[in-house]
Design a binder for this molecule. Structure first.
Ligand code: PEP
Ligand code: MN
Length: 363
């Protein structure tokens, strides 16, 4: 089901860029020198918009909570000097009001705000009647509906220069990333919010510098519309997120190393050869659906047998054997073990649901 949003295409937001839109700058504005020195470097790095947090939503109250309006003065100075548009995070109506007063060029909603529909609605109300572009970060938890809900609230307030930022999701499972990528949520948002720009923030996703270039490239491979990357003139002494910020020089290298991908090509012969393979893919997908149908029929028959003897719905040993065998086979064939486990978890879950209906006598 697609979501009805009224979106202005990114190319018409008034920013000067060609290819992926790159937003870069410090996690936080800390001092006048830090902002201006960083901005001068970022302006030469290939980035298009200068970002900095001036109100920092922090997990614990004793961390650096931002410089507030004073920080904005330094950003305005940086805009004046470098000509770069500026972007700031807003978390409440007062922040929005201050940003609108100073013609901040873009605002974003942080992950800790997107989780709260009351806070998002208050922001949406404050944005009514303004033309400022707004990017909404994904909520901390992997919930596509909550993210879409926030986008809808802001769009309903009349904000059509609207986009999303994927910054990864909090996860109970330990991964190499600070926030798990969960690319399928991005793919789902892309499918449902047609025409809406989506930017990737590899800095908050990765949490450490060395992982950022790879994830930034992956984002371009997945056709994200742009990137938000943190950069600080002296990352080691940054007051927030020091491990994930690049010096402007390193940022320039990261940007120069990126290869943009084409959404489509004009070469007819090439398109034809891909189309041929796609037809075959479609046939395989048809077979997968047929096989699943057959498998579910079988599962229902087993459900009937279970019903005759009052046998429990879940047979843990049987499920354990199935999962282990399929995971082992996936690995042998060069497929990700976790991927295969997920596939069979879904299949098993649906089999159980079908059997449950049979056992309850509804089928
Ligand atoms: C940020 O961009 O500095 C920030 C706080 O990010 P997030 O909301 O993604 O944690
Ligand atoms: Mn940060």
């Amino acid at each position: 089901m697609s979501v009805k949003l009224d979106i202005t295409p990114l190319k018409d937001w008034g920013f000067d860029f060609d290819g992926p839109l790159i937003i870069a700058g410090p996690c936080s504005a800390e001092s006048r020198e830090q902002v201006l020195d960083t901005a001068r470097g970022v302006a030469k790095s290939g980035a298009h918009i200068l970002r900095a947090g001036i109100w920092k939503p922090r997990t614990r109250p004793n961390c650096f909570e931002g410089m507030g309006e004073e920080g904005l003065k330094w950003l305005l100075e940086a805009r004046e000097e470098t000509g770069m548009p500026i972007a700031v995070e807003t978390a409440n109506p007062e922040h929005v009001e201050i940003c609108l007063k100073h013609n901040v060029d873009l605002i974003w909603v942080g992950a800790r705000t997107t989780v709260n529909p009351f806070a998002v609605q208050a922001l949406a109300d404050a944005l009514k009647g303004s033309d400022v572009p707004v990017l909404v970060k994904n909520p901390i938890n992997p919930d596509a509906e909550l993210w879409i809900g926030a986008l809808e609230r802001i769009n309903k307030a009349g904000v059509t220069k609207l986009g999303a930022i994927h910054r990864g999701f909090s996860s109970a499972k330990a991964t190499e990333f600070r926030n798990a990528p969960n690319w399928r949520i991005f793919i789902e948002i892309r499918r449902r919010c047609e025409g809406m720009p989506i930017i990737c923030d590899p800095s908050h996703l990765c949490g450490k510098r060395e992982l950022i270039p790879g994830v930034a490239q992956k984002a371009l491979d997945l056709l994200f519309d742009g990137l938000m990357i943190e950069s600080h003139i002296n990352p080691d002494v940054a007051l927030s997120d020091s491990k994930q910020q690049f010096t402007p020089d390193d940022l320039a290298k990261v940007i120069a190393g990126l290869e943009p991908r084409n959404p489509a090509v004009a070469d007819q012969e090439f398109i034809h050869s891909i189309e041929k393979e796609r037809i075959r893919l479609g046939e395989i997908d048809d077979q997968i659906v047929d096989l699943l149908d057959e498998r579910m029929n079988l599962a229902r028959r087993i459900g009937e047998l279970k019903r005759t003897r009052g046998l429990a719905l879940l047979q843990p040993d049987q499920w354990k054997k199935t999962a282990e065998k399929r995971v082992e086979e996936a690995e042998k064939r060069g497929m990700d073990a976790h991927f295969m486990l997920r596939v069979f978890q879904y299949i098993h879950e649906e089999s159980l649901r079908q059997q449950e209906n049979v056992i309850a006598g509804e089928d």
